[in-house]
Write a protein that binds this ligand. Structure first.
Ligand code: OOG
Ligand code: MG
Length: 236
């Protein structure tokens, strides 16, 4: 489809494109996302959820959960690669067994480890503005990520304080409980969306549960840190 190609080229040339003029539905949007990932030519390193917190939904004016795909090159965060990058705090899960149904997400061992994470988002659309369908097509603005040290998963660790700092100054404080009311739900919601789009979440995959606070612009040379109570820190 033309939109997948245009989004791919926008990322490569660091030149944002206008919003698509033609309407398309959510199912078509996920097909375009899949096509975009085929153009990238990389395997998947994981999946991400978007708009799981009220803070993000309000910031972007979008009201439904979305699923995006992560690739290994996104772990190499380099501000020079992006168009208008933003950064946000995430809870990261390590998937311990293949998830291809919602029931799989509920089985023991579905998640084996958890860590503080950072996500870099970079809309390929002008002015970082989009509809629900157009941001799904753009792989949910996925562009980069960093993960702190993994810690054994404890299901009781869920309502944890989040401190998001840039250049040593707190920019947002929040709680992982802001993610779907409980970030443990993220695994089930990711499975539900993955089943809907015909994707399996593989053993060893990374799952980003969605930002607990609004995102902030990522500037060249900025020192960004996310600290989550009991989980530790990740620094960019
Ligand atoms: C879409 C991605 C949203 C999150 O954590 O809510 C997201 C965007 O805001 O550009 O990653
Ligand atoms: Mg995110």
């Amino acid at each position: 489809m033309k939109l997948a190609q245009a989004l791919h080229e926008a990322a490569l040339s660091r030149t944002p494109i206008p919003q698509p003029v033609d309407d398309f539905d959510v199912a078509t949007a996920y097909e375009i996302q899949e096509e975009l990932l085929t153009l990238r030519g990389e395997p998947l390193s994981g999946v991400k959820l978007g708009f799981t917190s009220e803070g993000k939904r309000r910031q972007m004016g979008v009201n439904d959960l979305i699923l995006g795909r992560l690739t290994p090159s996104m772990a190499e965060v380099d501000v020079a690669k992006y168009i208008h990058p933003r950064v946000e705090p995430e809870v990261a899960y390590l998937v311990g067994r293949r998830i291809e149904t919602v029931e799989d997400a509920l089985r023991p061992g579905a998640v084996v480890a958890v860590a503080a994470g950072l996500e870099v988002i970079d809309s390929r659309y002008e002015n970082f503005r989009f509809s629900l369908e157009s941001v799904i097509a753009d792989n949910t603005s996925a562009a980069g990520y960093a993960i702190g040290p993994w810690k054994a998963y404890d299901p009781d660790d869920w309502n944890l304080g989040v401190l998001f700092e840039i250049d040593g100054r707190p920019v947002h404080v929040g709680s992982t409980g802001a993610i779907l009311g409980d970030p443990r739900r993220a695994v089930v919601e990711a499975a539900r969306l993955a089943v809907q789009v015909g994707l399996a979440i593989e053993e060893g995959a990374l799952l980003l549960a969605g930002a607990a606070t609004p995102a902030e612009p990522l500037r060249e040379g900025a020192r960004v840190q996310v600290e989550i109570q009991r989980l530790g820190k990740v620094v960019l």
